[in-house]
Design a protein around this ligand. Structure first.
Ligand SMILES: [Zn+2]
Length: 615
């Protein structure tokens, strides 16, 4: 990852924001220093467990995970910009962890602070494995950037205890994690150490799913839970992984599981598992994905429901679910380089993930609806989870540090090296490898020009992805390089010293039609961005607007909101003052202004809609 340096007008700004604001802000939040927000207590909990504080545990049962995610994100920030003070903050937390860790390796502050509750007695909802996964990922990222192995060794000791505790033997717990995540972390540890025991544990956690009788059914937390939405499918434990044909249950759980399973399929060359996951991926994106590459359409139980049930105004679409999908799709691409995986990553990144973050880096969306009428969202019981403004923090704060870790690790999604090199995201960057260098210059969507320079001759080919939103590729200049274009890629080969190719990716605003079971309205996109109407640019009742799709949609460069491209379309306002009427509504000509979806709610509070009526 350190071999890739991002120097992109758009994304470098986001990475600077990560270093300057997100990481320090989130550290303050975890230390309860932000006034007027729900306290986190996550770091204090470690101090209590370490015996350094007399305070009481506070927060969710999975509060430790926020610390793990923050350390992971902070480690990526350190790889972007060295910072001794930040390193010492991490070291301090690691010292609490060392003191908190029990003789046998156990490390979870909720259970350490509640000795009366038996550990590993609530696998279905207890989140011990989930927290261990996040702490492990933090430890791995910190080890990689700092070469300090203290946290990694703490977590390895804890994982050894988990290996002893879970398995098929009579004295072991034969259960899959209630909240998948540790699978991804274990596979990272396997990739780092090549120690088979980590792969074996992942394999156990993945393959025990669907076994009868199910361990969860013996646990009190499961027995007492409402079964309508918290059945075994909620935890993806209802079927064998080989029978799970579509993402189901809790959305973040389902997609983390798939990401972990894909990592396992990759490292164990399990083609059968890969094919199952590929089918699951295709079904999910074709039947259960929002246009913004968001997932999970029901707020209650934060879950998938049924095919094509994708309401805009009650969308749950948790930021974490889109991030989980990015992990899943990336692993799938690493196994088989299919365009569709990168397409989903791009859409999730430029739309839902970015929407989760305010422009100043201190406010966050957990839920990402595609339509908001503030007065309705604030009133309705079935929309109680919808926030019309980004929040400074959450009692359950899984999303903010997840956004931070994806921004910090963006480098790994641009280039994928297999036998050849794939460039999947059009993010200006330099990739250094084997004394060679690839330089990608672009600035989407402000410029349509793309230039690729390769320092030295290379045997491998380079596949430059041509996104589906590109109408035409025009090669303007090519030196010391050969190329051909297939459907999804521009393949560069016979690359000699100082090779260079300059292209124009010609693209225009697009009108997107949905399956009629999802919406009979249209949405607009331009480049990788899905667009939305906001009240502040249009009228107070967005449902009265119609776009005239026969007319050309114009683009306009805007200066506000750090600069963006708006879409300006001709259309109508429908007027019908009666609640119901025998008369057709009157249409008056108007102009509609659309902004990239991720920018919504950065100005005055008001209505927002991705979809619009059309004529
Ligand atoms: Zn979340």
């Amino acid at each position: 990852m350190n071999n890739v340096i991002i120097n992109d007008r758009f994304w470098s700004g986001k990475q600077k924001l990560l270093v300057s604001t997100l990481i320090p802000y989130q550290y303050s939040a975890l230390n309860d220093e932000i006034v007027g927000v729900e306290p986190s207590h996550a770091i204090e909990n470690f101090k209590i467990a370490a015996g350094l504080s007399k305070d009481k545990f506070y927060g969710c049962i999975f509060q430790d995970s926020d610390v793990g995610k923050w350390i992971e994100a902070a480690s990526y920030a350190l790889s972007i910009k060295k910072d001794k003070k930040l390193e010492s903050k991490i070291d301090k937390i690691v010292s609490y962890m060392q003191l908190a860790q029990q003789e046998d390796g156990y490390l979870n502050t909720y259970y350490i602070c509640h000795p009366e509750i038996k550990r590993f007695s609530n696998i279905v909802h207890g989140h011990e494995l989930y927290c261990a996964g996040h702490l492990l990922q933090g430890a791995i990222a910190y080890y990689k950037v700092s070469k300090k192995d203290k946290m990694l060794n703490i977590l390895k000791k804890y994982i050894d205890l988990i290996i002893k505790t879970f398995g098929n033997n009579d004295n072991q717990i034969k259960a899959s994690p209630g909240h998948p995540e540790i699978e991804i972390a274990l596979m990272e540890l396997y990739e780092l150490s090549k120690e088979k025991k980590y792969l074996d544990l992942t394999n156990f956690f993945i393959s025990v799913r669907g076994e009868k009788p199910n361990w969860f059914e013996s646990e009190e937390a499961f027995i007492n839970a409402e079964k309508r939405y918290f059945d075994l499918s909620y935890n993806q434990a209802h079927k064998s992984i080989y029978e799970q044909e579509i993402a189901d249950g809790h959305a973040v759980r389902a997609l983390y599981l798939s990401a972990g399973a894909a990592a396992l399929a990759k490292e164990s060359n399990n083609t059968k598992l890969y094919e199952v996951l590929k089918n699951n991926f295709n079904n999910t994106i074709n039947k259960r994905m929002y246009i913004t590459s968001a997932f999970g359409s029901q707020g209650y139980a934060e879950r998938f429901t049924v095919d094509y049930d994708l309401p805009s105004d009650r969308a749950y679409a948790e930021t974490c679910a889109s991030i989980a999908m990015i992990f899943f799709a990336q692993k799938m691409f690493e196994i088989q380089p299919l365009h569709i995986y990168s397409e989903v990553i791009e859409k999730a990144l430029y739309n839902t993930v970015l929407a989760g973050l305010s422009l100043d880096g201190t406010k966050f969306f957990y839920v990402n609806p595609l339509k908001v009428i503030p007065i309705v969202s604030k009133y309705r019981q079935d929309m109680s989870f919808i926030q019309v403004r980004r929040q400074a923090w959450f009692g359950c704060a899984c999303c903010p540090p997840n956004i931070a870790r994806i921004l910090g690790s963006l480098n790994k999604y641009i280039y994928v090296v297999k036998d050849d090199i794939y460039i999947n995201l059009l993010i200006a960057s330099t990739y250094n490898f084997n004394n060679n260098q690839i330089k990608l210059k672009c600035s989407i969507p402000n410029s349509k020009s793309i230039s690729l320079t390769i320092l030295k001759a290379m045997r491998e080919k380079i596949y430059l992805r041509i996104p589906k939103w590109v109408d035409k590729v025009i090669v303007k200049k090519d030196e010391h390089i050969s190329y051909y274009q297939d459907k999804d890629y521009l393949c560069l080969y016979d690359i000699k010293d100082k090779a260079n190719i300059v292209l124009c990716f010609s693209f225009t605003p697009k009108i997107i039609y949905s399956n009629s079971r999802v919406s009979n309205e249209v949405a607009l996109s331009y480049g990788p961005f899905i667009y939305a109407l906001e009240e502040v640019d249009n009228v107070s009742d967005l449902s009265s607007l119609m776009i005239d799709i026969r007319k050309k949609i114009k683009i306009k460069k805007e200066k506000e909101l750090n600069g963006y491209v708006s879409l300006i379309a001709e259309g109508f306002i429908k007027t019908n003052n009666e609640l119901y009427s025998y008369h057709k509504p009157q249409l008056t000509k108007t102009i509609l202004k659309f902004i990239p979806y991720h920018l919504w709610a950065n100005r005055d509070e008001g209505e927002m809609s991705v979809f619009v009526n059309y004529k």
